[in-house]
Write a protein that binds this ligand. Structure first.
Ligand code: FE2
Ligand code: FE2
Length: 205
């Protein structure tokens, strides 16, 4: 179960389908960032072979996602271009500063926060892909099926990051889930604050 506090605004899917080229470009960059983020997190956890194994596998899968989205771009003659800004992710990466001290004890608290923020980004992407898959059914059946597959992958990645956070906290599941609730509340406020703001929909906009 995804622990999202706020549902995406109803108008989002229609706006996304109306700006499909922009959404595909934004999405391709999201996958590329997910891959490079997983690799830089693997480097931060270099002392823990289990974490390195999981995160490098995840990076590998995110590269495959990127290549699949990029193939859709190429088939449509759309240039990848420079990455659009992602104010959602930027705000979420600052959320740990505003939600108070972590119940996770010790030096691993920061690492747990970073893993939980990754989990929430996966959860929100998962929700958005499900909405996109549904809205694309009458428009483009193949692209709809593509997003349904990716939805399942992102749900799995959400779980992976939660498991890594619990592992990093040395099994302090209660504290990790308490922190997840706090960060999830902040994530919901970011999403509600951005609802209706964006003229063109993006994956996290
Ligand atoms: Fe992905
Ligand atoms: Fe992912």
């Amino acid at each position: 179960v995804l622990r999202l506090r706020a549902a995406t605004d109803e108008s989002w899917a229609a706006r996304a389908v109306g700006n499909l080229e922009g959404v595909l470009v934004d999405h391709a960059h999201c996958e590329l960032k997910a891959a490079s983020n997983a690799l830089s997190m693997a480097a931060r956890h270099a002392d823990d072979p289990a974490v390195v194994r999981v995160l490098t596998s995840l990076a590998h899968e995110e590269i495959e996602h990127f290549q699949a989205v990029n193939a859709h771009l190429e088939a449509r003659g759309i240039r990848l271009g420079n990455p659009p800004t992602d104010p959602y992710v930027a705000a979420l990466r600052r959320a740990h500063l505003t939600v108070g001290p972590s119940p996770v004890a010790g030096v691993v608290a920061g690492a747990v926060d970073r893993l939980l923020i990754c989990a929430l980004i996966e959860a929100r992407s998962c929700e958005r892909f499900a909405l996109l898959a549904k809205a694309l059914v009458p428009v483009d059946a193949a692209l709809s099926a593509f997003y349904a597959d990716l939805r399942a992958a992102e749900a799995r990645h959400y779980r992976t990051f939660i498991d890594l956070a619990v592992h990093t906290s040395a099994g302090n599941e209660a504290a990790v889930f308490q922190r997840l609730e706090a960060l999830s509340t902040a994530e919901g406020q970011i999403v509600l604050g951005r609802a209706g703001q964006a003229v063109d929909a993006t994956i996290h906009g």
